[in-house]
Design a protein around this ligand. Structure first.
Ligand SMILES: Nc1cc(-c2ccc3cc[nH]c3c2)n[nH]1
Length: 256
């Protein structure tokens, strides 16, 4: 999978050189290309924004600059591959536009995006990107996903891009060292939060690890963990419990 990120703060994406994503890039499992939007702003001041039509505070990012950038980065400018833009590679191409007014990004969204061949992120700043940009690329048949990572307001799309890239990248085969890590986690297929995790020392500051966990009885361990997941979900995320089927809560011990 290839990720492209277009931003006026390319250094913000240096975190992608590290850890999970950084290792996957080094091994060739992923490609990550970060592009400075100002490369496509050709006026003397390299302007990327303008005053809002209809008035109001702040500035809006210009569609003409974004159009030149995204055409090249997504390989839509008719010249085939650009210097480091995506060739018109086969496979699903997605344009992600982070925005507080987008569809909520969830683990289901990450699972859906994990089948894309290329994901391009248009990271806005100021008051956001002119709405015609998303409209234009949808009209050209590009899959455009305007995504929110939660109900709070950030100052730009870069943090959201980092969140989405990490959540999607870890689902790409070969990225995680241990694929089993994807299986047991919060927000998994069963819709429950993950059970609490413990390790040694078994006794720490008067707090003991449940002896079932070191009993070797795998059935009892599974049942304890499921009970803990259900209790944790009911306590912390009643909204998730509301959408679970009765089977998901089958006879669980409600012990916290
Ligand atoms: N979930 C969420 C996304 C954002 C976001 C995304 C892009 C921009 C551009 C300017 N401000 C932005 C804020 N805030 N909160």
């Amino acid at each position: 999978m290839r990720f492209d990120v277009v931003t006026i703060f390319p250094d913000y994406l240096r975190a992608l050189d590290l850890s999970l994503v950084g290792r996957a890039v080094a091994t060739g499992t992923l490609e990550v290309h970060v592009h400075d939007l100002r490369r496509w702003a050709h006026d003397r001041h390299r302007t990327v924004d303008g005053t809002p039509a209809g008035g109001g505070a702040g500035m809006v990012m210009r569609p003409d600059v974004w159009g030149k950038a995204l055409d090249e980065v997504m390989g839509l400018d008719g010249t085939g591959s650009s210097t480091d833009g995506a060739d018109p590679a086969p496979g699903r191409r997605v344009l992600v536009v982070p925005t507080p007014s987008g569809e909520l990004f969830t683990q289901r969204t990450a699972e859906d995006l994990a089948s894309a061949a290329t994901i391009t992120f248009a990271c806005g700043r100021y008051e956001g990107i002119d709405a015609r940009v998303a409209q234009h690329y949808r009209a050209r048949g590009v899959e455009v996903r305007e995504l929110s990572i939660g109900d709070y307001v950030l100052s730009g799309g870069e943090v959201a891009a980092l969140v989405v890239i990490e959540a999607v990248a870890r689902l790409v085969p070969g990225v995680l060292g241990n694929p089993d890590s994807v299986v047991e986690e919060s927000h998994g297929a069963d819709g429950l939060l993950e059970h609490p995790a413990y390790t040694r020392p078994l006794s720490w500051r008067g707090l003991e690890v449940d002896p079932v966990l070191v009993s070797g009885d795998h059935a009892r361990v599974r049942r304890l963990r499921r009970d803990q997941s259900i209790a944790r979900t009911a306590q912390r995320r009643p909204d998730l419990v509301a959408v679970l089927g009765a089977s998901a809560l089958d006879g669980a011990d409600r012990a916290a």
